[in-house]
Design a protein around this ligand. Structure first.
Ligand code: NAD
Length: 492
């Protein structure tokens, strides 16, 4: 088995990532690079060009020029065909991209192959098709005037991405950005540069004109990230990442009043009422807690269980969590792979120590699995015995660590669920129709799932309230962000 799954990983031994600027792969002007580490083995996967102000300047200039080039003159039909073609090529290269994604992130290969990469392709197919149905507003003002709005691109857009779903989240931004006629400068996460790098050649092969899509690698502060957010010729920034980073970017973007779209952190409640179907709850809660090593912004890391089923839930949930195989991303039996980096592993582990100090009980997990000495592996961890004031219950951990708390009444759990500065998503489990509507409507979150999790229709608004985000993405909401409207008023 070891040999078998390593073979898939070995197909790509190393990959050096360079910037993609004005249709060409280039090194940094000063030749600076940093290393990319495989989180599952701690081996070096390759080097990554380290960009900064100079490379961002070049990329923004190319993107600005491309706004006036063939991209602008294309018909909507031509643009749709190119964007659809990007999705097609991603599917044609699915295995290769899935391998790269798993090497970079440590997530199971089957997960990259069934979720990350197909969904990345679908982002292009979806937004290309959606473009056909978009209209604008028109109002007749008695017999005085007619008003109608026309849509145009915002301009050069900076797309800044996190490491947890690298290609999926990048394409979730890039597809509508291109569909609306903009040009882009992408700053991938420094920990996961590989699939983003490949996207450059994929876009070129699909027929995207040079300069329309640019990719600059590097870090955040004092690097490519800050250079992009501070650049006076960038019109908008779409950012997904930590809430604290969002606050820094907002300050930088304020200098030139850039339009901002934010998808930030979460500490999402998963509320389980006693009348729900416990088998269904357990199966989905296992995913909403531990899939992708718990490194999903939508994971339900605060689990609230109504007292009559609390004991049974903890017992069964613990048993199921223990059955999850933690292991190498290319082993088909692996359910939970490696965390993204040594630094993140230490941070997540520190919360487990903190939970103990705060009086919590680690019911299962909390340590590195036996036999996995190399790589950043952590067992799925369930913690009980904490209350709402504990840091472990309040702060985003972004790993395979959940807390389970009992509750008695509907009012009490709504109050607890909302007792956070985050407001990204929530899940409510109940078979009581009226309660489902009542509770869902009171939870302060951009997305509330009832009796499910991660079920996505890309037309729906996606985003967070409070400090989990600004604005919404998805369907029309993405087009609102990526386009400017001009109202034309004609006196009759
Ligand atoms: P991060 O904020 O550390 O980094 C995200 C990106 O921002 C990276 O590309 C990084 O280089 C860049 N960056 C960092 N500092 C910067 C600066 N000063 N200026 C410009 N760019 C800068 O986040 P992360 O650790 O990569 O990702 C995890 C976080 O992302 C979690 O908080 C998670 O909840 C959040 N997230 C949210 C969503 C969502 O849809 N709401 C989705 C995925 C992840």
């Amino acid at each position: 088995m070891e040999a078998e799954h390593m073979k898939a990983a070995d197909l790509i031994k190393t990959m050096d990532c360079r910037h993609f600027i004005d249709g060409k792969y280039v090194a940094s002007g000063n030749q600076k690079t940093f290393v990319n580490v495989n989180p599952a083995t701690e081996e070096i996967l390759g080097t990554v060009a380290e960009g900064g102000k100079e490379e961002i300047d070049l990329a923004v200039a190319a993107a600005r020029k491309a706004l006036r080039g063939p991209w602008k003159k294309m018909t909507q039909h031509e643009r749709i065909s190119i964007i659809r073609r990007i999705g097609d090529i991603i599917l044609e290269r699915k295995d290769e991209l899935a391998r790269l994604e798993s090497l970079d992130t440590g997530k199971p290969y089957w997960l990259s192959g069934t979720v990350d990469i197909p969904r990345s392709a679908y982002n292009f197919h979806f937004f290309a098709d959606y473009l056909r149905s978009i209209g604008t507003e028109a109002y007749q003002h008695d017999d005085v005037a007619i008003n109608y709005a026309v849509r145009r691109p915002v301009g050069v857009v900076g797309l800044i991405n996190p490491w947890n779903l690298p290609l999926l989240l990048l394409t979730w931004k890039l597809a509508p950005c291109l569909a609306a006629g903009n040009t882009a400068v992408i700053k991938p996460a420094e920990l996961t540069p590989m699939t983003a790098t490949l996207l450059g050649e994929i876009c070129k092969e699909a027929g995207v004109p040079d300069g329309v899509v640019n990719i600059v690698h590097g870090f955040g502060p004092d690097s490519a990230g800050s250079a992009l957010t501070e650049h006076p010729d960038v019109d908008a920034i779409s950012f997904t990442g930590e809430t604290t980073t969002g606050k820094i970017i907002m300050k930088a973007a304020a200098q030139s009043l850039k339009r901002l779209s934010y998808e930030l952190g979460g500490k999402n409640p998963n509320i389980i009422f006693a009348d729900s179907d416990l088998d269904e709850v357990l199966e989905t809660t296992l995913k909403s807690s531990f899939i992708n090593q718990g490194e999903v912004c939508l994971c339900g890391s605060r689990i609230y269980v109504q007292r009559p089923v609390y004991e049974a839930f903890v017992e069964k949930f613990t048993a199921k969590a223990k059955e999850l195989t933690v292991g190498h991303p290319f082993d088909p039996n692996t359910k939970v792979g490696a965390l993204i980096s040594e630094e993140h592993y230490s941070r997540v582990s520190s919360y487990i120590q903190l939970a103990k100090a705060e009086g919590g009980t680690v019911v299962t997990g909390g340590k590195r699995p036996e036999g996995l000495e190399k790589g950043f592996y952590l067992e799925p961890t369930i913690i009980t015995g904490l209350d709402r004031s504990c840091r472990v219950v309040r702060e985003e951990i972004f790993g395979p660590v959940v807390t389970v708390l009992p509750f008695d009444t509907e009012e009490e759990v709504v109050e607890q669920a909302n007792d956070t500065h985050y407001g990204l998503s929530a899940t409510v489990w109940t078979n009581d129709l009226r309660r489902a509507h009542r509770v869902a409507g009171q939870i302060e979150a951009g997305i509330v799932w009832v009796n499910t999790w991660f079920l996505r229709d890309l037309r729906t608004p996606f985003g967070g309230m409070k400090q989990s985000g600004i604005g919404r993405e998805g369907g029309m909401h993405s087009f609102e962000f990526y386009s400017e409207l001009t109202n034309i008023c004609i006196k009759l």
